[in-house]
Design a protein around this ligand. Structure first.
Ligand code: SF4
Ligand code: SF4
Length: 553
């Protein structure tokens, strides 16, 4: 890194949709401003995965001021794959039966009830990796420095001045024991006047900053894990599924109303162009089954009588996993003044938890929060103590907080009362009181998941198509706090759930001792950090460029 990057005006950590939207808007507003974006991935979009369904208003709000003809560009056409014209919401009763409840969703929308927001007609299907790569191209064309392969491990917070001064990058060239190798490179400091944290869900710097700057959440942050595969199918299957159709499914195999498992979440199916169908399973991490693996639920979903005919015989060309912040409005970290961030540090997108759980979408809010951050900085960079306050006002003006508030009790109600009672009760939405809920890892019990597929899920192939890799000779970035707890308590009581739930097979029992044995397989989903029943795992940042290499996820 050259010295010109060591002292910047605005430093954005995370080149996802929120961070790049901020960079693009800032550079458009103030071309002379020194705006630098850093990202730990090797290439644009490599660490970005989502469904993804995008509210087109958000991308128009971002791109219209940049280029009024942006929709006609080949890049935009390649990214915004299809407009949704058929929007199915299925309730899967068993492995065979399903019925479409979209009429109920439409009715709920008509009456302004919370889950009516699940209706996606008019939205656009896109690949988040491709969207991010395109936004990177736009940002670079405007003069933003976007630096890939730059991983930050800490934010430098001056508690006396109530200001952040910069971020520290990860050291490189340590061996497995932490000794310096010949190519050792100490992580540099990047100083900045304003720091935008847009790292995605459960961001390392964001969570450190929340602690250091004394931000608080009014309610617990809940997470879900999404596992997704991109499947190449034949012409007939793709045509039969139909181009502009999206399917959201609830019920089997993670929730059956009477005796079956009771988990929050469901399956998704989206057409992704070029005969590809994205198939995924999202499961709330407040599940209680100690032997549950979300990939088993994905397998069952793919075998369902509705899904199977569309994908049978298809080839999985890409796969991946990520967490989604689901706590909603009450889980947004705020300073006591109400600001989302503090002084010159702003929390954007998933780092702030801007996912509307009634819509199951956060991409629109990620983009809008990026624009709001840029608007806040415009003309105010020399007032660093006021930036977070101004940013929060801009978020209100842009409708982000209103959107979050409209879904504010949905996930808490289901977490508190379960699917059967919680779902119907959630129609009362924001009129319900705030419920106290437990953290995801506290929900684990010794109960067993009854619908495991007969064949063990092939995690090796899953990680191979996610193209994940890390330099092998570096310290393990997954830190287990107390190995005694693993062996003497967790293994006996729960059977070491990390071995089962990690989608990449990172954890293994070696001579009866659970260990993070294969850290180079890690997909950076951070599930282990939130679901280990003893809160005994810390995910730290590995050397930059490590991790998955998503292209169309
Ligand atoms: Fe159990 Fe957590 Fe240890 Fe894994 S790391 S064995 S989940 S205590
Ligand atoms: Fe996800 Fe943790 Fe497994 Fe990495 S080790 S893939 S962060 S669960």
């Amino acid at each position: 890194m050259t010295n010109e990057y060591n002292n910047v005006s605005v430093l954005i950590v995370g080149a996802g949709p929120a961070g790049l939207s901020a960079a693009i808007t800032l550079k458009k507003q103030q071309p002379e401003l020194n705006v630098v974006v850093i990202d730990k991935a090797a290439n644009p979009g490599n660490h970005n995965l989502s469904g993804a369904v995008l509210d087109p208003k958000a991308i128009a709000n971002l791109m219209d001021p940049i280029d009024p003809d942006w929709k006609e560009s080949d890049d935009a056409k390649g990214v915004l794959i299809l407009k949704i014209d058929k929007d199915d919401v299925l309730f899967l009763l068993s492995n065979k039966f399903s019925f479409n409840i979209h009429f109920a969703i439409k009715l709920a929308k008509l009456f302004g009830l919370g889950f009516g927001q699940l209706s996606h007609g008019g939205d656009t299907i896109c690949s988040l990796s491709k969207l991010t790569a395109w936004l990177n191209k736009v940002a670079v064309s405007l003069g933003v420095e976007v630096l890939y392969g730059f991983a930050a491990e800490d934010i430098i917070w001056d508690a006396e001045e109530h200001l952040a001064t910069g971020v520290k990058l990860v050291d490189q060239g340590l061996d497995k024991e932490g000794h310096q190798e010949v190519n050792y490179l100490a992580g540099e400091m990047i100083k900045a006047k304003a720091i935008l944290l847009s790292e995605g869900c459960d961001g390392l710097l964001s969570e450190k900053f929340i602690q250091k700057a004394g931000l608080r959440r009014q309610g617990a942050q809940l997470y879900s894990i999404g596992v997704k595969e991109l499947i190449k199918v034949n012409d007939t299957q793709y045509t039969k599924f139909s181009k502009g159709r999206v399917v959201h499914a609830m019920g089997y195999p993670i929730w059956t109303p009477v005796f079956g498992p009771g988990m929050f979440g469901g399956g998704i199916m989206y057409p992704m162009g070029n005969n590809h169908i994205a198939v995924g399973m999202i499961v709330g991490l407040d599940y209680k089954y100690c032997d549950f693996n979300p990939q088993d639920a994905l397998t069952r979903f793919k075998e369902h009588a509705f899904v199977k005919p569309f994908i049978e015989g298809g080839i999985v060309t890409e796969a991946g996993a990520k967490m989604i912040p689901e706590g909603g409005f009450y889980a947004i970290p705020r300073h006591e003044s109400g600001s989302i961030g503090r002084s010159n540090v702003l929390l954007l997108g998933d780092s702030a938890g801007f996912v509307n759980m009634c819509k199951i979408k956060g991409l629109h809010n990620a983009i809008e929060s990026g624009i709001a951050a840029a608007d806040a900085i415009d003309g105010n960079l020399e007032r660093p103590l006021s930036l977070a306050r101004i940013y929060t006002r801009r978020l209100e003006e842009r409708g982000v907080l209103n959107d979050m508030e409209s879904a504010k009790n949905f996930r808490q109600t289901v977490a508190k009362f379960g699917n059967l009672i919680g779902m119907p009760l959630s129609v009362l939405g924001k009129w319900l009181p705030k419920f106290k809920i437990e953290l995801d890892y506290e929900a684990m019990t010794t109960a067993k998941y009854r619908l495991k597929p007969p064949v063990k899920f092939d995690k090796d192939t899953f990680t191979a198509v996610a193209a994940t890799e890390h330099r092998e000779e570096q310290p393990c970035h997954l830190l287990i706090g107390d190995e005694k707890i693993c062996k003497e308590t967790c293994l006996k009581k729960f059977g070491a759930p990390c071995i089962t739930f990690c989608p990449a097979g990172v954890y293994e029992s070696i001579a009866g001792q659970p260990k993070a044995a294969n850290p180079s397989n890690c997909l950076h989903c951070k599930t282990c950090q939130r679901k280990c029943p003893f809160d005994n795992i810390r995910w730290t940042v590995p050397e930059p460029t490590g991790g998955p290499r998503y292209k169309t996820m």
